[in-house]
Design a protein around this ligand. Structure first.
Ligand code: SF4
Length: 460
C-alpha cells in the first residue's frame, strides 16, 4: 500500500492540495519555445527552477532539453536580475548563437518585480542583441496558473513579437497546436498533407524532441516552426486553434493584431473530435476530404465495433489537462464507457461546461472537479468509495493503480516510466486506433490475470 493514508471519507479542504494535477507555468513556456526553430528557452530565475523544468521535460521525452538560466544568486534575489539577464543574453548569443531567446519568468523574478521589457530594451541599448536576432519574453509566475497557462503565454508572446500583417494575403490556414506530443504534431501535419491543405503548424516539436540518433550533436535540430513562418501567420486567411486552454489567447491576439479570424476546436483525440478538425480544415482550406482519411476513419469504426463488448459500461477515472481530457472523455463515451471521475488542476469554466454537457445525461453519477483544489488525493478517495475498471492519466497515477489493482493507461504529461508515449500519435483516426488498442490491452491483460482460471479464454 503506497498510498495507505488515503481515506474513503472526504473532509472539506480549502487550503491544502495533495498531489496536484498540474505543474509549473515555466515548464509549459519552455516546451512551447522548443517548438520554434533555433529558439533557446531562457529561464529568468534561479538555477533550481531551470533544472527542475528541464528535468521534467527530459524525463518525459527522453531527450536532452536545452535551456539557459539567469542563475540568480542572493544578490539578484534581493536587487533584481537585470544584470544577470543582460550578461546571459550576451553570453548566449556569443556561445550558442540561437536566432531567438525566449525568456520566461519564474516565481522569484516575478516576486521581485523584474520589468522584462525594460531589461530587454537595456540589453538592446547596450548592443548585446546582434542584428537579425531577437529576445522575446513572457510572464510565467508559477503561483498562479499551471504548465498549460505557461504554454499559452509563450504562444501569445510568439504571436505578439513576430506576426505581421502585410497587404499580401495568402491562402494558408494557421494551425496553432495545443499541448500535445511531437508524434501528434507529426500526425496533424500528415493529415494536412494528405488533404493538400496549405497550413502553418506552430509550435511544432516534431523533429526537435523525437530526433533520430545519428551520432551527431545538433544544438538546434531541423524541426520547429521557423520565425519566417510565425511572421507569416499574420497574412494567413484563417486560424484553427487546437485546444481552448492552450491556444485561444494566441488566436485572439492574432485576430486583434492581424485581423486573422479563428476557430477553436478540441485537440483531435477520438472519432468526433477528429471529424470536427478534419471538417474545419476542409472548410477553411477549401479542400475535399480524401478517401484515405475516410478509410482510416472506417478502420477505426471497425475496431470499435469489433471490441465494443469490452468497453461497454466500464467505469473510468481520469486526470490530466483539460484540452486533452475533454475530447478523450467524449471518445470514451463513443466507446460506451462511463467516465465517472475526472480531475484537472487547470481551472476554467470551459472544462466545467464541457463536463456538464458531456456527462450530465449519459453518466449521471459522474464527479468532476477542476482548479487548485482538484487533486489526485480526492480522485483516489472517490475510487475508494466506488471503484473503477480503468484509470487514465500520467505516471503519477501508477501508485493509485497499484494500490487499487486497477488497469492503468498512461496518457498525458509527464509519462516518465514507460517509453513510447511520445512516439505513437493519439490524435487523428490513426491516433484514436492506437488509443483503443492501448485501452483494450490493459483491460484484457487485467482480465486474463485476475479472472478465475476456469474463465481464462484462448480466444477473446
Ligand atoms: S520557484 Fe516557482 S517557477 Fe521555480 S520551480 Fe518552484 S514553482 Fe516552479
Amino acid at each position: 500500500m503506497l498510498l495507505r493514508h488515503t481515506t474513503e471519507k472526504e473532509i472539506d479542504r480549502k487550503a491544502l492540495t495533495i498531489n496536484p494535477v498540474k505543474t509549473c507555468q515555466p515548464i509549459g513556456a519552455m516546451y512551447a519555445a522548443l517548438g520554434v526553430h533555433r529558439c533557446l528557452p531562457h529561464s529568468h530565475g534561479s538555477q533550481g527552477c531551470c533544472s527542475y523544468h528541464r528535468s521534467m521535460l527530459t524525463r518525459h521525452f527522453k531527450e536532452p532539453i536545452l535551456s539557459s538560466t539567469s542563475s540568480f544568486s542572493e544578490g539578484a534575489s534581493v536587487f533584481g536580475g537585470s544584470s544577470n539577464l543582460i550578461s546571459a543574453i550576451d553570453t548566449i548569443f556569443t556561445v550558442y548563437d540561437p536566432d531567438v531567446i525566449a525568456v520566461h519568468t519564474t516565481c522569484l523574478s516575478e516576486t521581485i518585480g523584474d520589468d522584462m521589457a525594460q531589461i530587454i530594451s537595456k540589453a538592446k541599448e547596450e548592443e548585446k542583441i546582434p542584428k537579425n536576432k531577437t529576445v522575446i519574453y513572457c510572464n510565467t509566475p508559477s503561483y498562479i496558473g499551471t504548465h498549460i497557462t505557461g504554454y499559452s503565454n509563450q504562444l501569445s508572446a510568439f504571436v505578439n513579437f513576430f506576426s505581421i500583417s502585410t497587404p499580401k494575403k495568402r491562402n494558408v490556414v494557421n494551425l496553432v497546436a495545443g499541448w500535445m506530443e511531437p508524434s501528434d504534431m507529426r500526425e496533424i501535419k500528415r493529415i494536412s498533407r494528405i488533404m493538400e491543405a496549405r497550413t502553418i503548424l506552430f509550435p511544432d516539436m516534431s523533429d526537435v524532441l523525437d530526433t533520430p540518433l545519428n551520432g551527431k550533436f545538433e544544438m538546434y535540430p531541423s524541426g520547429g516552426a521557423t520565425i519566417q513562418e510565425i511572421t507569416a501567420i499574420g497574412d494567413s486567411k484563417f486560424t484553427i486553434g487546437l485546444g481552448a486552454y492552450s491556444t485561444e489567447n494566441a488566436c485572439v491576439k492574432l485576430e486583434n493584431k492581424c485581423k486573422v479570424r479563428f476557430e477553436i476546436v478540441e485537440i483531435p483525440i477520438g472519432l468526433k473530435a477528429t471529424d470536427r478538425f478534419v471538417i474545419s480544415l476542409s472548410r477553411h482550406a477549401n479542400v475535399p476530404i480524401p478517401d484515405i482519411l475516410t478509410e482510416e476513419r472506417g478502420r477505426l469504426v471497425d475496431l470499435i465495433a469489433d471490441n465494443s463488448k469490452y468497453f461497454y459500461k466500464k467505469r473510468v477515472a481520469l486526470f490530466g489537462d483539460p484540452d486533452t481530457l475533454i475530447p478523450l472523455i467524449e471518445f470514451l463515451l463513443t466507446l460506451d464507457m462511463k467516465p465517472v471521475y475526472v480531475v484537472t488542476g487547470t481551472a476554467g469554466n470551459h472544462f466545467n461546461r464541457s463536463m456538464q454537457e458531456l456527462l450530465s445525461e449519459k453518466v449521471s453519477e459522474a464527479k468532476y472537479k477542476s482548479g487548485e483544489c482538484a487533486d489526485m488525493f480526492q480522485l483516489h478517495q472517490w475510487i475508494k468509495q466506488k471503484s473503477v475498471d480503468l484509470l487514465i492519466g500520467n505516471t503519477y497515477g501508477k501508485y493509485i493503480a497499484r494500490d487499487e489493482n486497477i488497469p492503468f493507461v498512461r496518457f498525458g504529461f509527464p509519462v516518465t516510466d514507460r517509453p513510447g508515449n511520445n512516439y505513437f500519435p493519439h490524435v487523428g483516426y490513426v491516433g484514436a486506433s492506437n488509443l483503443v488498442i492501448k485501452i483494450l490491452e490493459k483491460i484484457l491483460d487485467h482480465k486474463d490475470r485476475t479472472c478465475h482460471e476456469s474463465k481464462v479464454e484462448f480466444q477473446m
